[in-house]
Design a binder for this molecule. Structure first.
Ligand code: ADP
Length: 502
C-alpha cells in the first residue's frame, strides 16, 4: 500500500455530504430513529469512522412500511407507465450526474477500488435503471380463449392484468452497495411497487444517497423508504412484517433461511440471491492468455467478496502448471491499497471480523495438503487488507474448497482425461449453484459442459457475464428466483385473471 494513498481525501462535495444528518428516509422525510440509535460507518481502508447513521428498530420499520403502503394507493398508483418510465430515466440521469460523489461514498464505506465503483455506478446504476425503465411500458396481460362456461350462453372474455405485487421489503448486503440497491429498486419502480430498503449495517450510505436522488428525480414520497439498521433488528422486523407483500433478499445462505422462516407469517413472496462457490473449468485446449486473467478477475473482483467469484478452478492436468503459474504471478502482483488511490486494483475486506474470518480459512488451507502458490497473509498496519491467495492441489474434502469464504482465496484442483460427466460431477459437488464457466475452443465440449453445470448462470470463455438483460440467480442453496432481465421483473408483479360472461 502506498503511504501517499492513505492521505488521499475525498472531495469537498463528498465531505459536505458526509457531514449531513444521515437519518432514516421515511415518507420523503429524513427522520431520526425512534430509539435515537446511531450506527458508526467505518472506512475499511483506514479504520477511521467516516460518519454515523440512524439505526432503525422495529418501530421505525412499522413507520416505513405504513408510508410504503400509503404510497401504493397515492400519486404513484395514478401515474401511467410512461410517467413511471420518465421518472426512472431522470433517476438514472441523477445517478450519472452524481458519479464522483456516489463513487467516493461507496469507496469510503465499502473499500472497493474507485475505478470499479465508477464502473458499477454506470453499468449497474444508470444503465440498469434505464433498462428497467424500458420495461415499465411493456407490462401487460393476455387475452385468453376459454371453453364456454355453460351451454346456454357461451360468450366469454378472459384477460389477465399484471399488477404491482405491493409493498416490497428489500434487504441487501455490503459487498456492492450501489449495485445491490439498484438491482432491487429498478424492477420495483418499473412494476409500480413501493419499497422499504434496508441496506447492510456496514454500508448504509450509498442507499441513503440513492434515496435522496430518487426524490430529486421525482419519485413520489413514500415510494422508496431507506432504513439502515442491524439485520437481527431492522432486517428481521421487515422480513416478519405482516404488511409487507414481498421480500427481495441478497445475502448469505444462512440468513436467507431465516428470511424464509420470518416470511411465513403472512406468506410473503420471497426471492433470494445467496451464496456461491462457483466452478471454473479449464480444458487442455483453452486459450490460457484469456483464461488466466479471466480466473484472476473472476476470483478477486471486489476482493473475492462476490457471490459469483470463480473460487473453485478445475484445470486439466496437462495445463495445470502453466495455468497455476500464470495465475499466481498475476494475483501475486496485485497490490492491495485504499480504493481512493487511483492505482488500487484491490481494496481491503469490509471489516476486521471479515478479515479474521478469511484469515481463518487461509490458515486452514495452510494446514491442509494444499499447496500455497501466492498470498496467504494480511497486511500489517491500518486497514483490513489481505493479499490475493491461491492454493493449488486442493480437493473437495478440504474446507477451503467446500465453504464460501467471501474473500480473496482461490482453490485449484486438477482433472485428467475423464468423461465430461465425471468433471461435471466434481464441479457440481457443492451445495451452491450460482455461476460457473467453461474454457475451451471446442464448441461441442463447451456447450455440453455448460449444460451439465448445475448453476443459474454459466459463461463460456469468460466468467460471470452480467448485464441488466441477462437473468441472474441461483440453483440449489444459491437462491430462489431470478433478478435482471424480463424474468427479474416477474417477482414484482402478480397476475389477476378476469372473466366476463356476456
Ligand atoms: P453477509 O454475510 O454478506 O453480511 P448477511 O446475510 O449477513 O450477509 O447480511 C445481508 C443482509 O441481511 C444485511 O442487510 C443484514 O443486515 C441482513 N440480515 C442479517 N441477519 C438478518 C436477519 N436475521 N433477518 C433479516 N435480515 C438480516
Amino acid at each position: 500500500m502506498s503511504a501517499a494513498a492513505e492521505t488521499i481525501a475525498p472531495s469537498t462535495q463528498t465531505q459536505e455530504w458526509l457531514a449531513s444528518d444521515h437519518n432514516l428516509l421515511i415518507d420523503g422525510e429524513r427522520v431520526a430513529a425512534e430509539s435515537g440509535d446511531r450506527i458508526e460507518v467505518q472506512d475499511p481502508a483506514t479504520e477511521a469512522i467516516v460518519t454515523t447513521v440512524a439505526g432503525a428498530g422495529p418501530e421505525d420499520i412499522d413507520r416505513a412500511v405504513a408510508a410504503a403502503r400509503r404510497a401504493l394507493k397515492g400519486e404513484w398508483s395514478t401515474m401511467t407507465s410512461y410517467e413511471r418510465a420518465r421518472v426512472m430515466l431522470r433517476f438514472a440521469d441523477e445517478i450519472e450526474a452524481h458519479l464522483p460523489l456516489i463513487a467516493e461514498v461507496e469507496v469510503l464505506e465499502n473499500g472497493l477500488p474507485r475505478m470499479i465503483s465508477e464502473f458499477t455506478i454506470l453499468k449497474f446504476g444508470a444503465e440498469f435503471m434505464r433498462y428497467f425503465a424500458g420495461w415499465a411500458t411493456k407490462i401487460h396481460g393476455q387475452t385468453i380463449p376459454v371453453s364456454p362456461m355453460d351451454a346456454r350462453n357461451g360468450e366469454t372474455l378472459t384477460y389477465t392484468r399484471r399488477e404491482p405485487i405491493g409493498v416490497v421489503g428489500a434487504i441487501i448486503p455490503w459487498n456492492a452497495p450501489l449495485a445491490m440497491a439498484i438491482l432491487k429498486l429498478a424492477p420495483s419502480l418499473a412494476a409500480g411497487c413501493t419499497m422499504v430498503l434496508k441496506p447492510a449495517e456496514l454500508t448504509p450510505l450509498v442507499a441513503l444517497l440513492l434515496g435522496e436522488l430518487a426524490h430529486k428525480a421525482g419519485v413520489p414520497k413514500g415510494v422508496i423508504n431507506v432504513v439502515p439498521g442491524y439485520g437481527h433488528e431492522a432486517g428481521a422486523a421487515l422480513a416478519g412484517h405482516p404488511d409487507v407483500d414481498k421480500i427481495s433478499f441478497t445475502g448469505s445462505t444462512a440468513v436467507g433461511k431465516d428470511i424464509i422462516r420470518a416470511s411465513a407469517g403472512n406468506l410473503k413472496k420471497v426471492t433470494l440471491e445467496l451464496g456461491g462457490k462457483s466452478p471454473f473449468v479449464v480444458f487442455p485446449d483453452a486459450d490460457l492468455e484469456r483464461a488466466i486473467p479471466g480466473a484472476v478477475r473472476g476470483c478477486f473482483f471486489l476482493q473475492g467478496q462476490n457471490c459469483m467469484a470463480s473460487t473453485r478452478l478445475f484445470v486439466h492436468e496437462d495445463i495445470y502448471e502453466p495455468m497455476v503459474e500464470g495465475i499466481a504471478a498475476m494475483a501475486g502482483g496485485m497490490q492491495p491499497g485504499p480504493g481512493l488511490d487511483p492505482a488500487s486494483m484491490l481494496g481491503p475486506l469490509i471489516s476486521e471480523q471479515q478479515r479474521d474470518r478469511v484469515m481463518g480459512y487461509i490458515d486452514a488451507g495452510k494446514q491442509s495438503d494444499a499447496e500455497l502458490r501466492c498470498g496467504g497473509e494480511a497486511l500489517p498496519g491500518k486497514g483490513f487488507f489481505v493479499r490475493p491467495t491461491v492454493f493449488g492441489q486442493t480437493n473437495m474434502e478440504m474446507k477451503i474448497a467446500r465453504e464460501e469464504i467471501f474473500g480473496p482465496v482461490m482453490c485449484i484442483q486438477t482433472f485428467g482425461d475423464s468423461d465430461l460427466d465425471t468433471v461435471a460431477d466434481e464441479a457440481n459437488n457443492t451445495i451452491y449453484g450460482l455461476s460457473g464457466s467453461v474454457w475451451t475452443k471446442d464448441i461441442s465440449v463447451a456447450h455440453r459442459m455448460a449444460a451439465k453445470i448445475d448453476s443459474g448462470q454459466v459463461s463460456i470463455n469468460c466468467h460471470a457475464a452480467v448485464d441488466p438483460a441477462i437473468p441472474f440467480g441461483g440453483n440449489k442453496q444459491s437462491g430462489w428466483g431470478r433478478e435482471f432481465g424480463q424474468e427479474g421483473l416477474e417477482p414484482y408483479l402478480k397476475t389477476k385473471a378476469t372473466t366476463v360472461l356476456f
